[in-house]
Design a protein around this ligand. Structure first.
Ligand SMILES: Cc1cc2nc3c(=O)[nH]c(=O)nc-3n(C[C@H](O)[C@H](O)[C@H](O)COP(=O)(O)O)c2cc1C
Length: 315
C-alpha cells in the first residue's frame, strides 16, 4: 500500500536509511558549499532536505588559504579555500542554534591535520544536541604527518582518523577521496574503524595556470576540481565502492546538477546524494533536485527510492 503523501507531494517513498540514521529523503547539501549555518535558508527550506552538511570544522578557528581561492573551469570549478572556519566550539555556540531552529537535520563535517586534531574536533562535538544526526569525517584533507598524501589516500591513516572521530559519539560517515587507486580498500578501513557509511567523493586534484602570470591561478597552487566535469569520475567511484561493499551505505557526491544526475548515483549504488557546486549557480538547487527526483520516480512508477540503489549493477 502506498503511504499517504501531502497534497502535491510525490507518491514515491523517499525515506532513506544510512546505517543507524533515517532521513526523510536522500538529498543533502555537500560540505563546504552550503556555509556553516543558515546561509541557504533564504533560498530553500533547509528542513525539507535530507540533511544539511556544514563546512568542515577544525577543533580551532582556521584562516584558510591565500586568495584567489576559486576559479571557474570548463563544466565546473577549482577551489582551494583551505578549510576556513570558526572552530567547533564557536560553531556550536554561534551557528548551530539558528540552523537547528530551521528544523534541519545537521551533519557536521570535521577535519584535522593530524589524527589528534581529528580527535579534538570530535571530542568537542560529544555534547552537541541531537539535531546533529551524524559526523562526516573529512578524510580527504592533507595529512601533516605524511606530506605526500591526503589521509584518505592511506588505508591506515583513514582507519586512524575514523577511529579518532568516535569521540563524537555520533554515527560516523567517512568522506573519501577519488584520487587514489585504493578507494575500495580505504572504504573497508573506514568501516573497520567504525564508519557506518562512506561519502564518495571529495574533489579531484587539479591545477589551472595563469598563462600571463606564468603561475598557478589559485593562491595555494593546487586545488580541487568539482562540478559536472567530475561527475563520471564520482559515479565510477561509487560504482566501484558498491561493487566491492554491496551492503555499505554510500553517499554519492560529485557534479550533481539535476535529478537525473542524482539517479545515476543511486543506480551506481549510492543510498543518498549531496549537491555541492550546483548550489553556487542556483542556491535552491538541492531543493529543486529533490522535487524533480520525486517527479522522476512518480513518472516511472518507482514506489520507493530505495529500489533504485545499485540498480545499474545488473544483479
Ligand atoms: C568551494 C568548495 C568548498 C568545499 N569545502 C569542502 C569542505 O570543507 N569539506 C569537504 O568535505 N568537502 C568540501 N568540498 C567538496 C564538496 O563537498 C564535494 O565533495 C565536491 O565539490 C564534489 O561535489 P560537487 O561537484 O557537487 O561540488 C568543497 C567544494 C567546494 C567547491
Amino acid at each position: 500500500m502506498r503511504r499517504r503523501t501531502p497534497a502535491g507531494g510525490p507518491k514515491v517513498d523517499l525515506t532513506t536509511r544510512i546505517g543507524s540514521v533515517t532521513l526523510p529523503n536522500p538529498v543533502m547539501t555537500a560540505s563546504g558549499t552550503a556555509g556553516h549555518g543558515t546561509e541557504l535558508a533564504a533560498h530553500l527550506d533547509t528542513a525539507s532536505l535530507g540533511a544539511i552538511v556544514v563546512k568542515s570544522l577544525h577543533a580551532e578557528p582556521w584562516a584558510g588559504n591565500p586568495a584567489p581561492r576559486v576559479h571557474a573551469t570548463p563544466a565546473g570549478m577549482i577551489n582551494s579555500v583551505g578549510l576556513q572556519g570558526p572552530g567547533v566550539a564557536a560553531w556550536l555556540q554561534h551557528d548551530l542554534p539558528d540552523l537547528a531552529a530551521t528544523g534541519a537535520r545537521v551533519v557536521v563535517s570535521i577535519w584535522g591535520r593530524t589524527v589528534d586534531e581529528f580527535a579534538r574536533a570530535a571530542e568537542l562535538l560529544a555534547g552537541a544536541p541531537d539535531v546533529v544526526v551524524a559526523v562526516e569525517v573529512n578524510a580527504s584533507c592533507p595529512n601533516l604527518e605524511d606530506r605526500r598524501a591526503l589521509f584518505a589516500h592511506s588505508v591506515a591513516a583513514t582507519g586512524e582518523v575514523v577511529d579518532a572521530a568516535s569521540a563524537a559519539r555520533r554515527p560516523l560517515w567517512a568522506k573519501l577521496s577519488p584520487n587514489t587507486p585504493d578507494l575500495v580498500e580505504v572504504a573497508a578501513a573506514a568501516v573497520a574503524a567504525g564508519a557506518e557509511a562512506v561519502t564518495v567523493a571529495n574533489t579531484v586534484l587539479g591545477m589551472v595556470i595563469d598563462t600571463e602570470a606564468r603561475r598557478p591561478m589559485l593562491g595555494a597552487g593546487r586545488g580541487g576540481l568539482s562540478g559536472p566535469a567530475i561527475r563520471p569520475v564520482a559515479v565510477r567511484a561509487v560504482y566501484d565502492t558498491h561493487e566491492a561493499h554491496p551492503d555499505l551505505p554510500i553517499i554519492g557526491v560529485g557534479g550533481i546538477a539535476a535529478a537525473e544526475d542524482a539517479v545515476q548515483f543511486l543506480l551506481a549504488g549510492a543510498t543518498a546524494v549531496q549537491v555541492g557546486t550546483a548550489t553556487f549557480a542556483d542556491p535552491a538547487a538541492p531543493a529543486r533536485i529533490l522535487r524533480d527526483l520525486g517527479r522522476w520516480c512518480d513518472q516511472r512508477g518507482v514506489a520507493s527510492v530505495a529500489e533504485l540503489v545499485g540498480g545499474a549493477h545488473g544483479r
